[in-house]
Design a binder for this molecule. Structure first.
Ligand code: FDA
Length: 397
């Protein structure tokens, strides 16, 4: 079995599988390694099995990381439209679900097949169930001790993703190798993750969902919120989890854009004998209204009649409904997080090539880099774009 390669890519996920064929252009020999038994496992389960493979509205503002400019170059050179062209050429039918999010009509494995077919056509070798124990660099070449023997290469690409979902084989491998070669790290943390609250605070509301606006001092999202046994989830919460920090308050507008003050005031005129809670339940899920009736009992008696409410009382109540401050105790962590925030510090990586600024031939792509997309197909778009940037650079140099 061949042991000397031009390029070895560690990680057969979205970024690694997409990078291989670019790196193998100009007759270069490329190998993709993975310790898992199957390639592209996260693609398979993404988007509930339909893979939200990109977002039509992708722009730099949909990503977070310490350097807000780093990802612009790669994203502009391989756009969502470039990936859509590949999907179309492969005859994969797709649809927009909401907010520009594109999903396969049939199944996510079509995207894995697309990537594997590109690998096959460009002669990139894929070795699964192969772990890398030690990496050293001697005379400008990388030497890898693996469970499949010793391998060497001129260019080494780390595409092993983040720490999210260890059960699926996620490791901090790219971070360890980055540290070994003197790259700095931005502290990784779970992101796009449900937030937890102590003592099953919302367990009575488990399963209730409603459109909200949710914000911290860093960002604001308008999407659905879902109450769970452990706390809060749903797209709005997953999005804000990338911006929330321990100890901070989260602010939730439960009104979903409705003018509840006007609604309550009008009903006070028309149906003054109606209870405040009864009227609220016409605008909000009734289980939520029951919950707030006891949760806010110290401040508001929602069992009172509308006729007994002054404008000031109604205003105070609706202000609270449109700015409910909550303090999560934490998140569900890497066990359920869709991505890992932070990672290899972009200060140490060239944004055009994804190559280390200090170790020639060492590349970092995909989720292991400190670039994290919002929920909605942006993380795959980053995987495609960063893989393209590195692969093209490898082929051309
Ligand atoms: P990825 O994690 O895909 O691949 C890394 C590979 O490296 C894996 O194959 C792993 O086995 C391998 N590896 C790890 N450590 C190794 C080691 N030590 N040695 C060898 N191999 C190693 N994003 C999106 O845009 N749309 C979506 O619909 C979803 N949905 C979604 C659902 C769920 C449940 C999760 C967990 C995540 C998503 N995401 C998503 C996020 C998306 O899956 C993620 O951002 C990309 O897969 C990242 O691609 P990478 O190639 O960087 O890592």
């Amino acid at each position: 079995m061949q042991s000397n390669w031009d390029t070895i890519i560690i990680g057969a996920g979205a970024a690694g599988l997409f990078c291989g064929p670019f790196a193998a252009a100009q007759g270069k020999r490329a190998l993709v390694l993975d310790h898992a038994a199957k390639p592209g496992e996260k693609i398979r389960i993404a988007g509930g099995g339909r893979c939200n493979f990109t977002n039509m509205h992708t722009e730099p503002g949909n990503f977070t990381g310490q350097n807000p400019h780093f990802h612009k170059s790669a994203l502009s050179r391989f756009t969502q439209w470039d990936f859509i062209e590949l999907v179309d050429a492969a005859g994969i039918a797709w649809h927009e679900k909401t907010l520009g999010q594109l999903f396969c009509d049939e199944k996510a494995t079509q995207i894995v097949d697309l990537l594997l077919e590109r690998m096959r056509k460009s002669g990139v070798e894929l070795r699964l169930k192969t772990s890398v124990d030690i990496i050293t660099r001697t005379n400008g070449r990388f030497e890898l001790e693996t469970t499949d023997g010793k391998l060497s290469c001129d260019q080494l690409v780390l595409a092993t993703g983040g720490k999210s979902i260890p059960k699926m084989g996620a490791t901090g491998f790219a971070y360890d190798i980055a540290r070994q070669f003197g790259q700095t790290l931005v502290e990784p943390r779970p992101a796009l993750v449900p937030l937890t609250f102590p003592d099953g605070r919302f367990s009575a509301l488990s399963g209730v969902s409603l459109p909200v606006s949710v914000w911290t001092k860093r960002a604001r999202f308008e999407e659905a919120l879902l109450f769970t046994h452990r706390g809060l989830s749903g797209p709005a919460i997953l999005q804000i989890s990338s911006f929330w920090r321990e100890g901070e308050d989260l602010h939730v507008d439960l009104t979903g854009g409705q003018d509840l003050f006007a609604a309550l005031r009008d009903q006070r005129q028309a149906e003054g004998r109606r209870q405040v809670s009864t009227e609220l339940a016409r605008h909000l899920p009734s289980r939520l209204v029951d919950f707030l009736t006891s949760e806010w009992a110290d401040q508001f008696d929602l069992t009172q009649r509308l006729a007994d409410q002054s404008d000031a009382k109604l205003r105070a109540l609706t202000d609270q409904l449109s700015n409910w401050a909550l303090t999560p105790s934490g998140s569900e962590g890497y066990r359920t997080a869709e991505v890992t925030l932070g990672g290899v510090d972009t200060n140490g990586i060239d944004s055009k090539s994804m190559m280390s600024k200090t170790v020639p031939g060492l590349y970092f792509i995909g989720e292991c880099v400190d670039v994290t997309g919002w929920l909605g197909g942006f993380n795959f778009q980053w995987a495609w774009a960063s893989a393209h940037a590195a692969g093209r650079h490898i082929a051309e140099n």
